[in-house]
Design a protein around this ligand. Sequence first.
Ligand code: BG6
Length: 477
Amino acid sequence: MAFQKDFLWGGATAANQLEGAWNVDGKGISCSDICTGGTHTTPKRITPELEKDTFYPSHEAIDFYHHYKEDIALFAEMGFKVYRFSIAWTRIFPTGEEESPNEKGLQFYDDVIDECLKYNIEPLVTISHYELPFHLTQKYNGWSSRELIDLYVKYCKVLFTRFKGKVKYWLTFNEINSATGPFGGFLSQGILNEGTKDFMHQVDIPQLRFQGLHHQFIASAKAVKLAHQIDPNNKVGCMILFATMYPLTCNPKDVLACQEMNHVKNWFCGDIQVRGQYPGYMKRYFKENGIEIKAEKEDAQILKQGCVDFYTFSYYMSGCSTADKTKEQAEGNLIGGVSNPYLEASDWGWQIDPEGLRFTLNEIYDRYQIPIMIVENGLGAYDKVEEDGSIHDDYRIEYLRKHIEQMKEATDDGVDLIGYTPWGCIDLVSASTGEMAKRYGFIYVDKHDDGTGNLSRIKKQSFYWYKDVISSNGQKL
Ligand code: BG6
């Protein structure tokens, strides 16, 4: 048994983490542009007023804006069949509220897409990936306001129309379920409550986040419908941060705690986007947590008419759930839970679990029976450039190899897995910490946490390895 013949091998990135050129050609300020650098132990800060001598990693990032030809040529050299990237909303509508789009922004993505197509690389576009126009935070407190639905749909319409016939695969929101926890409040929804200073300690109002999710569900459903109307060939997917939870013990109390956590954190958003209605278990969760969702009469029908065509998710780690509140939370695991004693962790505390990927793929497919793509996976690690200029990232190869082996198992289990785009196929800025030092790429970029570096690109050992993986369609690992 093997991967499908036309399996989509590739890589994934996001605009705010690699493009740079943050204020070039009419681009507006996004929420990520006001985040400073940070480290594993020092959280990045959120600064509504830009500070003069502070380093903002998104402002130059790895300057993909001016290197995209070189970078896409490298992706093509690895044999990519698909490239997942995001469009910066602020390049198209700098504040989110303009009447007409910024032509220079559209032209840039036309160029990126054409460059992909030149090499027969299928573009997979994330419409919104962690970078709301900051103006929409200031004016509306982000997605907590219903106003954002129309603004988002207007933005989608421009993209679907402009890139019709060139882009077939779309994702409406990156890791939409990140907003089931406090860290997604600002990152994903642009909600900035008074008193918030840094990314790790946001002043959190769950009511706003869950109301914001409702607005995003409606926006996503409207976008799916519109995408199909504009071009029936369009395929639109959801994108879920999947951090699989196991019960810490077989104590039924732990099993139930785990089920509830999986429901709320991992399943809730996908259940709505795939099935078009709120799952029953959320009614109880909302009631017990004092959350009231304000919905309009037409919302139920909008959700029903906007079910996604395929399911995508990111997978980096798993965790455990327990009913015992005194147990310590697992480090680095953004959706909570406690550490699994059977697993090792990355340098950033993310617990590595390849078999969990097989388990997760089966769980998702059992539930929905629609095509699945893994659109993020990978190891954030420190890389060292040797004196001869080579980079031996065998730890990354090992991580990826073990995950691909489990993808193969899942395929043999009958899961309809259609693609795989490992995260940060070229080194880029970390979303959680703002670091460059946390590298994921097959391609190294000479850029460092103090802002220095000549931006040159170097192929890592994993570059050559992944090239073989792709050319053998996953047989040569
Ligand atoms: C996902 C995001 O959460 O994980 C990416 O969609 C992010 O934007 C990736 O970069 C890895 O996380 P980090 O914090 O290591 O960059």
